[in-house]
Design a binder for this molecule. Structure first.
Ligand code: UDX
Ligand code: UDX
Ligand code: ADP
Length: 468
């Protein structure tokens, strides 16, 4: 088994950056180089303002950068000097062509593979880090073998899916539930490559938490894990609609079922919908793979998880409109939070986009405040709608004279606001629509707010406004 002392990672994004920083921190004997084709991204990684916001990441990067952690645009040079190459490029959903809207677009992956083939002069272990369709490794192996001028160069391909979640990346990387390594364990070279990578992780992860599997199982496990997690959220969100209709409380239901050890308490928070770059993309990708294998019923099962998520977002919009006497035209509606979850500035697939669009279609004037999302990102996400949107640097300004406030992200700071002060500066009746169930609803009602809390019994005021 080769002892790894040089690693590079192609793609300095949300996954590649933090993962490599952690490897560098835990393995001072390994030189880790993270490369990207984007010069601004690499410049940011080399600056005091990292390109992504992630609690604890600054400290890890500062501890290693310039010692055994390097960020560079010299992709070819890094490939040549590294024994092990992680590929962590983006794999978005295809926008056009066969499988459009469902399949993963592997353009960036293939281009990375071609560069690896062209630059490799000695044996390399290639590690799939990006989430990819099952059997991508097989395709990539072909690209590598057919494009490498030196036939003696051996490529061993591993799948090492990343399970970190944004906002908790550093703690997830420090103490992962498990590390999964897929490889051709049926042959000696494949097993040796798996062992080499396991050895890297063993510097800080207990050996019994390093799981090995065959390549396809590892690739599929990543899609399955995200599909199961998203399905839990859609299940509790489906319950939230039923709770509202019947007067039950979704938080009580979640607590009650979560104490069953077979179900477990995590990931049962009802919400305005799941977002993020992975869940929807991976489910669509999984369902597409099922379709390609003629498994229509299986594909439909997974599509319904995405369908429920869309329903939850549009249901929220309908509730806002109906509670506010069926008109929100020209009303200032404050949106607190725009990121897809707290402790990140990431807005990919955030429910705030669809809810915001829905509210604007009904004529609302949105006042958006998010502690981490910048105005130019919101302008990008809400293209063509900025005439109805004002972004604010403080929540106070966003809330001044607003008719309603919608909670889109569960940022902790929203809980500590002085809601009495907020009530005093808002239009009356003042509405709160809590899409994340983070506020103290009894306290808000005592102040005078009309409160809609997702999945909780509906306020009499809202019931009568809706003519129920
Ligand atoms: C997810 C997976 O958790 C991670 O393992 C994988 O590597 C990448 O995809 P991430 O998208 O970063 O991570 O965040 P996650 O914490 O899973 O949240 C995804 C979405 O679900 C967020 O919009 C979040 O607000 C929502 N969510 C999560 C809920 O609505 N309710 C919950 O109980 C949990
Ligand atoms: C179930 C609930 O578990 C119990 O809490 C409730 O009070 C009554 O309903 P039961 O129907 O007796 O209990 O058995 P359970 O062990 O839940 O199994 C139900 C079915 O699911 C069985 O056919 C079982 O074979 C199947 N099953 C269970 C699986 O196919 N896979 C599993 O992983 C678990
Ligand atoms: P993820 O969330 O999977 O980490 P990101 O989009 O945050 O995805 O990051 C992927 C990174 O990969 C981007 O910074 C992009 O510039 C980079 N990238 C894409 N293709 C290549 C390539 N062929 N060579 C080097 N970097 C690439």
């Amino acid at each position: 088994m080769v002892k790894i002392t040089t690693i590079c990672c192609i793609g300095a994004g949300y996954v590649g950056g933090p993962t490599m920083a952690m490897i560098a921190l835990k393995c001072p004997h390994i030189k880790v180089t993270v490369v990207d084709i984007s010069q601004p991204r690499i410049d940011a990684w080399n600056s005091d303002e990292l390109p992504i916001y992630e609690p604890g990441l600054d400290e890890v990067v500062k501890a290693c950068r310039g010692k055994n952690l390097f960020f560079s645009t010299d992709v070819a040079g890094a490939i040549r000097e590294s024994q092990m190459i992680f590929v962590s490029v983006n794999t978005p959903t295809k926008k056009t062509g066969l499988g459009s809207g469902k399949a993963a677009d592997l353009t960036y992956w293939e281009s990375a593979a071609r560069t690896i083939a062209a630059e490799s002069k000695d044996n390399k272990i290639i590690v799939e880090k990006s989430t990819v369709p099952v059997r991508t490794a097989e395709a990539i192996e072909k690209v590598l073998k057919r494009n490498c001028s030196d036939a003696s160069v051996q490529f061993d391909i591993l799948s090492n899916p990343e399970f970190l979640a944004e906002g908790t990346a550093i703690s997830d990387l420090t103490a992962p539930d498990r590390v999964l390594i897929g490889g051709k364990i049926e042959n000696e070279a494949g097993q040796a490559a798996v062992d080499a990578l396991a050895e890297v992780y063993a510097n800080w992860v207990p050996k019994n938490q390093i799981i090995t599997a065959n390549l396809w199982s590892a690739e599929l496990s990543k899609l399955a894990a995200n599909a199961f997690l998203a399905q839990r959220i859609s299940s509790i969100n489906a319950m939230s609609a039923l709770c509202e209709a019947t007067g039950a409380d979704v938080a009580q239901v979640a607590h009650s079922i979560g104490t069953d050890s077979r179900i477990g308490p995590k990931f049962l928070n009802a919400s305005v919908g799941f977002g993020g770059s992975c869940f929807q993309k991976d489910i669509l990708n999984l369902a597409y793979i099922c379709e390609c294998h003629g498994l229509k019923e299986v594909a439909d099962y997974w599509y319904s998880v995405v369908g429920m998520n869309d329903y939850q977002k549009s249901r929220f919009v309908r509730r806002v409109v109906s509670a506010m006497f069926n008109t929100i035209r020209n009303k200032k509606i404050a949106m607190l939070g725009f990121a897809f979850k707290k402790d990140t500035g990431d807005t990919r697939e955030t429910p705030a986009i669809d809810v915001g669009k829905g509210l604007i279609e009904d004529g609302a004037q949105l006042a958006i405040y998010d502690p981490q999302v910048k105005e130019d990102q919101i302008a990008y996400d809400m293209e063509g709608m900025m005439g109805n949107i004002t972004c604010y640097k403080t929540a106070k300004e966003a809330l001044q004279d607003a008719h309603a406030v919608t909670i889109m992200t569960e940022w902790d700071e929203f809980k500590s606001y002085d809601w009495k002060e907020i009530y005093d500066v808002m239009q009356k009746p003042a509405f709160v629509f809590d899409g994340r169930l983070i506020l103290d609803h009894d306290h808000l009602r005592e102040i005078g707010f009309i409160v809609y809390a997702l999945g909780k019994p509906i306020d009499p005021f809202i019931k009568s406004a809706e003519g129920a």
